[in-house]
Design a protein around this ligand. Sequence first.
Ligand SMILES: Cc1ncc(COP(=O)(O)OP(=O)(O)O)c(N)n1
Ligand SMILES: Cc1ncsc1CCOP(=O)(O)O
Ligand SMILES: [Mg+2]
Length: 235
Amino acid sequence: MTNFTDEELALDPHFADQFEQGFRPACQLYLISPPVIDERFTDQLRAAFEGGDVAAFQLRLKGLDEDAVARAAEPLQRLCAEREVAFIINDSAALAKKLGADGVHLGQGDGSPKDARALLGPKVQIGVTCHDSRHLAMEAGEAGADYVAFGAFYPTATKETIHRPDPSILGWWTTLFELPCVAIGGITAQNAAPLVAAGADFLAVSSAVWAHPDGPKAGVAAFAPVLAAGRQSPG
Ligand SMILES: Cc1ncc(COP(=O)(O)OP(=O)(O)O)c(N)n1
Ligand SMILES: Cc1ncsc1CCOP(=O)(O)O
Ligand SMILES: [Mg+2]
């Protein structure tokens, strides 16, 4: 495994874009499905989309075999296509390929981004979990990821988590690299401001939307003000 020094990082040709102050689109919402869904979920997803702009939806069903995930995916993928929301499959590049998904999200134990790229081609988005690690994020960038994900920023009941990054990792990343970064883990409309200010390109959110007391439409709508507040200007 490569360990990057600051000097190597500054010289690495894969990161030629670093230090450029390029345009970064405003922070957007990336919805993660609940870990378990039933037949009512397509309507819940439709309601969520009515709450405001959603850039991507990840189907993250834990403990189901791939055939069952594929069956669940069908109406959800169709809805995402109608709404021009990127449809991302969690964990499995092979399933993303089979379904013709727009992307796949890979954890550190979900296979290599290079193998996924070889399987999926250049147009499919590949995201990689990087926990709280600058090193893992640089490795993912080198391996051809389309985004890196840091988290969990806050306690969450959706997944057992060990790593708790500081929001400053988002600012560090966006100052050096153009590759988008995703913030995940326990994010709500109430606690998201430091992540947006620090530079997150996407907020990946599950329970704050699906368990919102007024429903998923209100759950998405609640994020509008914090997304609109935008990043801290440099300096
Ligand atoms: C956007 C995003 N970031 C992180 C994760 C977590 O992926 P992983 O570490 O593989 O854990 P599981 O989600 O598979 O339990 C994610 N799914 N999406
Ligand atoms: C999948 C995942 N990876 C790190 S935290 C997390 C859970 C995100 O869900 P929530 O927004 O409910 O904390
Ligand atoms: Mg995974």
